[in-house]
Every structure is written in C-alpha cells, then in structure tokens.
Design a binder for this molecule. Structure first.
Ligand code: ADP
Ligand code: MG
Length: 339
C-alpha cells in the first residue's frame, strides 16, 4: 500500500501554496478530491446550514491504515507525491498534503477510516484545537470525514462569507461539476435533509446529466469520445437547441480535475461553430486527458487552473472532437433514451 510521508522543505517550497480553506465549498472540494483519489465508487455528501454546522463526506475508497490516518491531519504529509520531481508529473487531484490539517485548523474534524488491507477494526481520528485523539472505530472499508462548526474559531473568516444561500450555491456548483465529469462515481448531495444532487455512477455521461439537469437536457444530447495525438476528449454535448448566455454550463475537467478552463470552453464553442447563435454557449461536459507531464497542475494556489504545455494542441483536439461528434448527429432528432 502507498504510505503517507512528510514532504521535504524543497518540495513544500515548490508547491503553489495558498489558503486552502476559505469557505464551505473549498472544504467540500478538498474532501471530494480525496475521495476520488482513493478510488471511490460513491461519494455521499451531507451538508447542514450551508456547511457552517456540518460537512460530511463519506466514500468507499481504499481507506487508511491507523498510522496513516494519524499522519494525514499533519501539515505537508501526503501519500501522493514523494519528492520535488513528482511535482512535474502530478496524476492525482491532491498533492500538497495541506487540506486535512487546514480543515482541522478551521473547524472540528472527525475522520473514521478503514483500509482495504486491514483485517482489524478501523480508526477514528478527532482533532479539536491542539488536541488529537486516535482510537479504534468500526467501519466498512472507506473513509468518512465530518467537519463541524466551520470558522467558529476564526470569526473574521466567518464574517467574510456571503449569505448561506450563496455559500450553499457554491457547494452545489462544485459537487455538480464533479458529478458530471466523473460519471463512473455515484454522487449524492443532501442539504438540511433535502437531496440536491443524485447521480447513479453508471459510467454514462447521459445518466450523470440526467441526474443534474434532468430528462429534457439529457435527451437532447450526444456523447463524445475522441482520441488523437495522445489527447483524449470525452464527455457529452447537448444539442444547440438548448443554449445559455454564458459559458457556465460548459463543465470542464483536465485529467479528472474539475475546473473552469477557458481554453477548453473556447474550443468547445468553436466546435459547435455556426450551430450556435451569436453570443450563446452550449451545455456540455468535456474531460480532456493527456499525459501528466504535458500539463502543470501546480500553477494555482487553490488548484483552480492548470497550464498546458501546448494549449493550441489541446484546443485543436477539443474543437475537432466536438465538431466531429456533432456532424455525425441528426440534430433535429431526440436521442433514444430509455427514460
Ligand atoms: P493530499 O490530498 O494533498 O495528499 P490531504 O491533506 O488532503 O493531502 O490528505 C492527506 C493524505 O491523507 C492523503 O495523501 C491520503 O493519503 C490520505 N487521505 C485523505 N483523505 C482520504 C480518503 N478519503 N481516503 C483515503 N485516504 C485519504
Ligand atoms: Mg487532498
């Protein structure tokens, strides 16, 4: 199994650092990325009071052994990179070893986990201020992290937040982005007892779009799966009979990292070409995969952007994939869906 180690100073200094936890959505993003890195098939997110009272993320990934669980909440400890060379070829969503300690600093954190290779009981780690308690706990293989009373100890941070409604909208937007770009993973988001997002994890983009946007949008769509010159473009394109005023509903990911990428968004629009009225944008989901050494994931303090070594190549691949997929479709026809 891959163990957690502390990064050396050179590696820590190389990592684009910044404040990790600024609002409820940033906690949700970090915990969901950890679940995906652990190879989960299901992510269950429970939020109360826009995340200020509770954020709980449960996965069925590989989990952590007891020693690793205890280390995971310390600063600069990670199982995802070893040294400074690894920063140039990041293939996981996390790599900084900063999320869990930052969350533990900003809130009360409780983590229960059980590793897939450990026959014995699981582990519970509770961090409350400077106190850390590690005990045995019953759990199936996987990890659950609960974050309570976010920013209660940091009143200035809490005051800088928007209204709860707006903060929850950011949480929901983030989860929706992951759910759309990871159709192989089942997602559920519940807010104050109400289910907000639910996708089945069937592996089909159409099913994920159905769970997020509903039947009308999913029915008017075609999938794209195109590979050329080492760049793979996968996703779903909604027919141009449904358009939006801005690019917000062009959901993009790079190597499974969900982010708003303007190169990809622009290329998707180009790919639709004259099918779109002036100034209108499509609804689409596009995940671009390329070798980790062709993209720098370490350029933004909140990991919200990446830099392509050859962004023209990426734009060309996306544009060709999109226009190709749309040209083989009879756009007046509604997709055959078993609805
Ligand atoms: P990073 O993700 O950058 O490594 P984190 O602070 O988010 O840093 O997590 C520290 C480590 O804890 C990870 O490298 C991983 O080994 C472990 N970890 C965190 N969350 C999970 C999870 N849900 N399942 C399995 N391991 C986890
Ligand atoms: Mg992480």
């Amino acid at each position: 199994m891959t163990r957690i180690t502390e990064l050396d100073t050179e590696t820590v200094e190389r990592i684009a650092a910044g404040e990790v936890v600024t609002r409820p959505a940033s906690v949700v993003v970090e915990l969901v990325e950890n679940a995906l890195d652990a190879g989960t098939e299901s992510v269950e997110i429970t939020v109360e009071n826009a995340g200020l009272d509770l954020i709980r993320v449960a996965d069925d990934g590989h989990g952590m052994a007891r020693e690793d669980a205890a280390l995971s909440v310390e600063r600069h400890t990670t199982s995802k990179i070893r040294d400074v060379a690894d920063v140039e070829r990041i293939s996981t969503l996390g790599f900084r070893g900063e999320a869990l300690p930052s969350i533990a600093h900003a809130a009360r954190l409780e983590l229960t986990t059980k590793h897939e290779e450990s026959g014995v009981a699981g582990t519970r780690v509770v961090v409350d201020g400077d106190e850390k308690r590690v005990t045995a706990a019953g759990r199936a293989v996987g990890t659950t992290v609960s974050v309570r009373d976010l920013f209660e100890r940091i009143p200035a941070r809490r005051k800088s937040l928007a209204q709860p409604k707006r903060e929850f909208a950011r949480v929901s937007e983030a989860v929706t982005g992951y759910a759309l770009t990871h159709p192989e993973v089942r997602f559920s988001l519940t807010h104050d007892g109400r289910n907000v997002v639910s996708t089945p994890g069937s592996g089909s983009y159409t099913d994920a779009v159905l769970g997020v946007y509903g039947r009308e949008t999913a029915g008017e769509s075609t999938t794209v799966d195109h590979r050329a010159d080492g760049i793979e473009v996968r996703g779903l394109l909604v027919y141009p009979s449904i358009t939006r005023a801005g690019p917000t509903h062009v959901t993009t990911a790079v190597n499974g990292r969900t982010l708003r990428d303007s190169t990809i968004r622009g290329a998707v629009r180009e790919g639709y070409g004259s099918l779109l009225p002036d100034g209108r944008y499509p609804v689409a989901v596009v995940d671009v995969s390329l070798p980790p050494e062709d993209v720098n994931a370490n350029v933004h303090p909140a990991k919200e952007a990446v830099a392509f070594h050859d962004s023209d190549a990426v734009a060309n691949a996306v544009e060709r994939a999109v226009s190709g997929a749309l040209s083989t479709e009879d756009l007046s026809r509604t997709a055959d869906l078993a609805l």
